[in-house]
Design a binder for this molecule. Structure first.
Ligand SMILES: Nc1ncnc2c1ncn2[C@@H]1O[C@H](COP(=O)(O)OP(=O)(O)OP(=O)(O)O)[C@@H](O)[C@H]1O
Length: 418
């Protein structure tokens, strides 16, 4: 039995359709993250799940019971919501706000029991607001108020907790504290949460639901949903997606788009390999340079990156040296490039031609890119590659470290002529 099932629902505000044919479920004890661009309907979906907005059609089932058949108190024992909009009309004390979470359990004319007080205290302790208990809800900060609403939801002891970006107002340590609490609670309860921060979603969620244009665009594990392609398609943003070095979960690093179009009408050729060029291929692509690269081996990570970005790349089969045909293609790319970038790649006999050919282009700007780690080219040629680099530097090739410096060192295009 699924704790919550959404079956083919449509939701509209007036004549405007907001959600269409939405079907998914949450599994017992999991954290399901809802992600998607602004206005894609995430909040509306949570509101439909808690019956705050009505559906046009479709069904929502809680433990296989129709959501619409539950009375108010029963619904409130099953589902707690922490909304995005955290305004509270009356001037209640924090403790009273948290105690509101117990209302579905306290009889109409009855007063709170010792058990209600204990649960309320525990919820305040978990959300780290116990020290605020006597204060007015209006005299605490936005982040503190958000934690109070989380405490109220915990006091409700729900089976399903719906969070609408519930940690967005929190500083980074409280954000992690609250999400850790929620992760601990999950297992006992099921959590469905809207996230804007994709990295938090990747770490804390068991599965993700990605919304786009009123519909479900993708569902699955964070690894399945947070792909480079999905992020580019949905958020129209260049980003590097890498496994987090400590958690192994996908980690998204935006390639900041303010640089976009600086390279319009400019061509750059990148000599790279072994993954040393991947980051800057993304950066140059995001900055609207026309990028060519190679000669690369088709098994090379940089080749994979070039293919995903749709860049023009000269390539040889696996374990193949550079053939005369590729060398001639390389010369054509270098002839038409406004600048050449060489990364700190491993150079052996097989790809030495990639470097040596650059000596024939004394007038081209050449940037030797070592990345932020300031690594140097690994020379497996017994010194020949190093000799070429030394010669290039003596002719004016510049050593460049970070991405910003790289963009600054390249000939700029006509970014103001949009
Ligand atoms: N009460 C309302 N009346 C009419 N339209 C609404 C109402 N609430 C939201 N909308 C519209 O519904 C669409 C989806 O809004 P919703 O808040 O669900 O999106 P969201 O994905 O949560 O957005 P965000 O990421 O900005 O929080 C938007 O176009 C919004 O303008």
């Amino acid at each position: 039995m699924k704790p919550i099932e959404i079956i083919d629902i449509d939701v509209s505000y007036g004549a405007k359709k907001i959600l269409e044919a939405i079907t998914f479920h949450a599994d017992t004890g999991e954290i399901l993250g809802i992600i998607g661009p602004n206005g894609s309907g995430k909040t509306t979906l949570l509101k439909a799940m808690s019956r705050v907005v009505a559906r046009d059609s479709g069904e929502i089932r809680l433990d296989n019971r129709d959501l619409d058949t539950l009375g108010y108190r029963e619904l409130a024992r099953q589902v707690a919501v922490v909304p995005q909009d955290i305004s509270i009309g009356f001037d209640y004390a924090v403790r009273d706000v948290v105690m509101m979470g117990r209302h579905p359990y306290i009889g109409r004319l009855a007063s709170e029991t010792l058990r209600d007080v204990e649960i309320c205290d525990r919820a305040m302790h978990l959300a780290n607001v116990a020290h605020l208990a006597g204060m007015s809800i209006h005299s605490i900060s936005g982040g503190e108020r958000q934690r109070v609403l989380i405490a109220r939801a915990l006091a409700q002891e729900p089976k399903i907790l719906l969070l609408d970006e519930a940690t967005s107002n929190l500083d980074v340590s409280h954000q992690v504290d609250i999400l850790n609490i929620i992760k601990e609670l999950a297992g006992k309860i099921t959590v469905v949460s809207v996230f804007h921060d994709l990295n938090l979603a990747a770490y804390y969620c068991d599965r993700l639901l990605l919304l786009k244009d009123r519909r479900v665009y993708a569902t699955g594990t964070p690894e399945e949903v947070l792909t480079y392609e999905n992020i580019r398609e949905i958020f129209q943003m260049e980003a590097l997606v890498r496994p987090h070095p400590l958690t192994g979960k996908p980690y998204i690093l935006p390639v900041y788009a303010h640089q976009s179009r600086v390279g319009t009408n400019r061509r750059v050729h990148v000599v790279c390999g072994g993954g040393t060029g991947s980051d800057i291929l993304h950066l140059l692509y995001a900055a609207s340079f026309t990028v060519t690269c190679g000669v690369l081996n088709v098994l090379d990570t940089d080749y994979g990156t070039a293919m995903r970005l749709g860049l023009s790349c000269i390539a040889e089969p696996p374990f193949h040296g550079i053939t005369p045909g590729s060398l001639s293609d390389l010369r054509k790319c270098l002839d038409s490039a406004d600048a050449i970038i060489v990364t700190a790649m491993p150079i052996g006999r097989g790809n030495l031609d990639n470097l040596q050919v650059l000596l024939d282009y004394p007038k081209k700007p050449i940037l030797l890119y070592s990345g932020n780690s300031n690594s140097r080219m690994e020379d497996y040629t017994g010194g020949e590659a190093d000799a070429v680099l030394t010669e290039l530097e003596s002719r004016g090739a510049l050593r460049i470290e970070g991405g910003e410096e790289l963009l600054a060192g390249l000939p700029q295009g006509y970014s103001d002529q949009r």
